[in-house]
Write a new protein. Structure first.
Length: 291
């Protein structure tokens, strides 16, 4: 695949993780690839905003009910002096600072009682997904939300930030002003995209959306201000099932593509992965013996 790097001379590649993974996990698992291309490419790993629900709370309603119950328990303890004193008695450091007791007790209770809803989980252990598929695969729920998220990653808006530097010990007045251009929370533009499993399928759909902007609003729900990718790399990808996406695959996508398929893959069979290659013009296919 012939590619042209950005003005910096390096390729910038957007990396999309698989189902129940996240950007941190994918970054670690693709370490060999990153090291082999470290002289020519920068890899940007992102994590989908859609979290996979924990098994014991399979629905949004149940998760919200559980959160409300734990918050209610915390407020009950806060409003009941004997229970509250018992809780603080377990923390001598807090009990010794009586003036700050009332201000900090609620936070202590929230962190001790509302574990699921208040304490942030380890990012590495947070399973995420790019959509929630119906059992028959005919509908990808919340796909548009993922596209909205990726739109924010792809689009670049340069703004200018006026920063003032102050000299310690001197009356607060500007000593000099620095003008710094920065990207407003965004990370594009990108030369290409790389995806694994579900992320590879998302990569194929995103590639098609950028190549065919007239379909962005009707299929993806959002218009994306980004040039078409120069290349798309898909590892263990599969063709999206919903008929909504058929216009993205037909006619085949022109963007140069690389498809890596595992012959022994038991999750995404080689036959299923091959279907995605047919959605691209002159795809480059690489088979390997692993899964």
């Amino acid at each position: 695949m012939a590619t042209t790097a950005t003005a910096s001379g390096r390729l910038r590649i957007l990396c999309l993780h698989g189902h129940t993974q996240n950007g941190i996990i994918f970054q670690k698992k693709s370490g060999v690839l990153r090291k082999s291309l470290k002289e020519v490419a920068d890899f940007v790993y992102v994590t989908s905003p859609l979290r996979v629900m924990v098994p014991d709370l399979p629905t949004v309603e149940e998760r919200e009910a559980d959160t409300q119950q734990e918050l209610s328990e915390g407020m009950t303890l806060l409003n009941c002096p004997e229970n509250l004193n018992h809780q603080v008695g377990e923390c001598p450091g807090l009990a010794r600072n009586e003036p700050y007791f009332r201000d900090t007790s609620l936070w202590m209770l929230l962190f001790s009682r509302c574990r699921r809803s208040i304490i942030m989980p380890n990012p590495e252990l947070t399973p995420c997904t790019w959509w929630f598929a119906r059992p028959d695969g005919a509908v990808y729920r919340e796909f548009e939300n993922s596209i909205a998220f990726l739109k924010g990653i792809l689009e670049t808006e340069i703004r200018y930030n006026y920063m003032y530097n102050y000299i310690p010990g001197i009356r607060r007045k500007p000593s000099y002003r620095i003008v710094i251009p920065y990207c407003a929370g965004m990370q594009g533009p990108f030369d290409g995209v790389l995806g694994f499993s579900q992320g590879a399928t998302m990569a194929s759909l995103l590639t098609a959306l950028l190549e065919r902007p007239h379909l962005q609003s009707s299929v993806g729900g959002h218009e994306i201000n980004h040039r078409p990718f120069r290349f798309s790399m898909m590892f263990s990808g599969f063709k999206a099932i919903p008929t909504t996406f058929h216009p993205l695959y037909n006619p085949p996508i022109d963007t140069p593509s690389l498809h890596v398929i595992g012959i022994m893959d038991t999750i995404i069979s080689p036959e299923r992965a091959q279907l995605l290659t047919h959605c691209f013009v002159e795809p480059m296919v690489q088979l390997h013996d692993g899964g």
